[in-house]
Design a binder for this molecule. Structure first.
Ligand code: NAD
Length: 314
């Protein structure tokens, strides 16, 4: 049986990948330092996985973590654009140096078959094209986006130089259960659900027409597992999203519907530097990974609200 390593497996997306791998009967190891992840995400499956608590920046930790591993899903990172703007040095250290450390150990491994990397739609920045296709020139607007873009180049170069099979997946605004609603850097969906569950109004920057290709996490999980074994994808960069965009007003309306409330948002000035619209072209994922949107936005939002209603910390 193959051994799968999920870096950042204690985080939101990582823990969902871990759960799916376990469901499929696979052997799973997690490497996480829980800097932004939550131990609760792994509580119910702790006895089914091997957990290495440590930092991707440590050579010896990564060496141990990669021992005997066949597939890696590299999710560990300091996410969030605003976090990288307030502390670009630490973001660079974790997101670039940590990733390079992982790649350098991986290239010497005799067992690793492929590494799948969690990149981000933020690399497109303010590209004016309405649909973001992988061939567009990157236009990063934040240290976080620069981190992810630099990582993408490392993944490509390690494939070309050392033959280490790598696949880069660009996520677009992923949401779902296990996402942290309580951090100052929390994403918009868990943040809005938490507020609206308490009867409070969420604040929208701008008039609410800002739109995103919100992607329920299970779609991203399936894409990761497909990317680990699909033929002819090594060295590729692939968007994974729903290929549909929804506005912040749609989002508030959807949460109201799921909560059976009628809470009105507060509108304030559009934030400088924010990207107005983000929408993915997902045809490459469909072609190379056989990807399809298993759970669309509205259904995913319903599921997420239900999951958040059951959590004590929300
Ligand atoms: N959530 C999204 O919408 C989204 C969009 C684009 C890309 N991504 C990327 O997907 C990945 C997962 O994101 P997420 O939303 O699950 O975030 P998350 O914060 O829940 O998960 C990141 C995990 O990495 C761990 N980690 C951080 N620094 C580490 C270190 N130095 N050593 C070991 N572990 C470390 C954290 O503790 C956490 O468990 C990240 O790489 C993120 O940049 C996420």
């Amino acid at each position: 049986m193959a051994l799968h390593l999920v870096t950042g497996g204690g985080g939101f997306i990582g823990s969902n990948i871990v759960q799916e791998l376990l469901k499929r009967g696979e052997k799973v190891r997690v490497l996480d330092n829980f800097s932004t992840g939550r131990r609760e995400n792994l509580l119910s499956i702790l006895s089914d996985i091997e957990l290495i608590e440590g930092d991707i920046r440590s050579y010896h930790t990564v060496l141990d973590a990669l021992d005997g591993v066949d597939y890696i899903y590299h999710q560990a990172a300091l996410p969030s654009v605003p976090r990288s703007i307030s502390d670009p040095i630490t973001s660079n250290d974790v997101n670039i140096s940590g990733t390079l450390n992982l790649l350098d150990v991986a290239r010497r491994s005799k067992t690793i078959k492929r590494i799948v990397f969690a990149s981000s739609s933020s690399v497109y920045g303010d590209a004016p094209e309405p649909k973001k296709v992988e061939t567009l020139p990157p236009r990063p607007l934040s240290p976080y986006a620069v981190n992810k873009l630099c990582d993408e180049y490392y993944f490509l170069v390690f494939y070309k130089l050392y033959g280490l099979e790598t696949v880069v997946i660009r996520y677009f605004n992923v949401f779902g259960g296990n996402q942290d609603p309580n951090s100052p850097y929390s994403a918009v969906i868990p943040k809005f659900i938490r507020l609206m569950k308490r009867g409070e109004s969420p604040t929208i920057y701008g008039d609410g027409s800002t739109s995103r290709d919100f992607t329920y996490v299970q779609n991203v999980v399936w894409a990761n597992l497909a990317a680990a074994t699909a033929p002819n994808v090594a060295g590729e960069v692939i968007n994974v999203a729903c290929g549909e965009s929804y506005s912040l007003n749609d989002l508030v309306q959807g949460i109201n519907a799921a909560l059976q409330t009628n809470i009105r948002p507060i509108y304030t000035d559009f934030r400088k530097g924010d990207i107005k619209h983000s929408l993915a072209d997902i045809s490459k994922a469909q072609r190379l990974l056989g990807y399809q949107v298993f759970i669309p936005f509205r259904e995913g939002l319903q599921l997420t609200v239900q999951e958040m209603l059951n959590r004590k910390d929300v």
